[in-house]
Design a protein around this ligand. Structure first.
Ligand SMILES: [Zn+2]
Length: 397
């Protein structure tokens, strides 16, 4: 625990200044680059109790995380996000230094500007303004505000949010509702709130046969016709037609590999990999059973390995989704759509602990060269998060 961080060299109420300070930390996953220190320096003087949490596991890089909480009462409302960023890639492609945080034509440029240092800056500025406003009223602050910030989201996500949540649970710390600041808006601020995500499972199929000469097929067992029939069987019909809050599940073959350089040899095995993005009708287990049923229908010897990045989840429309939608509508004049599209995020871990929704900046330039956010979006996102903080303790029990 540390509370004696140096005073920040920026105004924590100014989201642009906070975002610039964060972008100037080259926190390419899993490096911290000083980013969490910037947050501690901003949060500790506001009264947040900051816990720096470093997790390490054999075979993975150690990762720094931060849990900061203001207040000891419930409910505990949490802003969650990540300070790590994807690498800038070819520097030649950038028109500006990706870690200089320069402002041009009303836009802040830099790696992480939208994914998601900009949103974290908006968390901090909204919290700083909220603390100031509550102080001015002289009323006792309600509930607690916390920030759960990881440095391991863009990488393997092993030593990040998941472990922080375990640590919180072991300490008896409860989260009551959470907003993740991923860039959820496709085109303009106020477009979209993510209220869940599809699950993702990758499966690796190996079909076994017996190698032999193509001229003597009775002495061999070619696995490839079976592989072809298996792939046909699992792609013959859609997995489902979608559900009220989810698009249809989708199975995509990503590679078929035999690697046989000889035209006169029957190979001993053939492999295929597939990825399934699935909705709330399925779990990884039911999907594996679905796959096995079809593979067994073809028969023969095969192996099926798999890797699950996350199960699907949904925070059904209710107090939290309405709170964030109302705040976004109040500031942007538009009511965001509820969606479960796109890839996975750390919300997939948080959903096991409390209701969680995602709302952040406009995602158009995330992971691209010249990543940038409009300064106006940064200001309005801060206003939206501020509106959430103003109302959350009256609306979330
Ligand atoms: Zn992100």
């Amino acid at each position: 625990m540390s509370t004696a961080a140096a005073a920040p060299s920026f105004d924590p109420c100014d989201p642009v200044a906070v975002a610039q300070a964060l972008i100037r930390c080259p926190s390419v996953t899993p490096e911290d680059g000083g980013a969490l220190g910037v947050l501690e320096a901003a949060l500790a003087p506001l009264g947040f109790v900051c816990h720096r949490l470093r997790f390490e596991e054999e075979g993975t890089a150690p990762v720094d995380n931060l849990y900061a909480r203001l207040g000891t009462e419930g409910p505990n409302f949490c802003f969650a996000g990540h300070t790590d960023v994807v690498p800038p890639g070819e520097l030649k492609g950038w028109s500006i230094d990706p870690f200089a945080a320069e402002i041009h034509n009303g836009r802040l440029y830099g790696r992480g500007a939208v994914d998601m240092k900009g949103a974290i800056a908006a968390f901090v500025a909204a919290a700083a303004r909220h603390v100031k406003a509550v102080k001015e009223t002289g009323d006792a602050p309600k509930g607690s505000i916390s920030l759960l910030i990881t440095g391991d989201e863009e990488g393997v996500a092993i030593n990040g949010t998941r472990k922080v949540l375990d640590w919180l649970q072991a300490k008896g710390e409860k989260l009551d509702a959470c907003v993740v600041g991923e860039p959820t808006n496709p085109k303009a601020l106020g477009d979209m709130i993510k209220i869940g995500r599809r699950g993702s499972m990758t499966a690796f199929l190996t079909v076994h046969g017996a190698q032999g000469h193509v001229a003597y097929p009775h002495l061999a067992d070619n696995p490839l016709p079976r592989l072809a029939r298996m792939l046909a069987a699992i792609t013959a019909e859609p997995l489902d037609a979608g559900t009220p809050h989810f698009q249809p599940s989708n199975l995509e073959l990503t590679t078929i590999d035999v690697g046989n350089p000889a035209h006169n040899v029957i190979p001993a095995q053939g492999k295929a990999t597939l990825n399934i993005r699935f909705n709330d009708l399925h779990t990884a287990d039911t999907l594996l059973a679905w796959l096995r049923e079809r593979l067994d229908g073809v028969g023969g010897s095969y192996e099926l390995d798999h890797f699950v990045s996350g199960d699907s989840f949904l925070t059904p429309p209710g107090p939290l989704t309405e709170l964030v939608a109302d705040a976004a509508e109040r500031v942007t004049g538009r009511r965001p759509e509820y969606s479960t599209t796109g890839g996975t995020s750390d919300a997939r871990f948080i959903k096991n602990f409390c209701p969680v929704v995602e709302f952040g900046l406009v995602g158009q330039t995330m992971h691209k060269v010249d990543e940038h956010t409009a300064l106006d979006d940064l200001t309005r996102l801060t206003d939206i998060y501020g509106e959430v903080l103003r109302n959350v303790f009256d609306r979330i029990g």
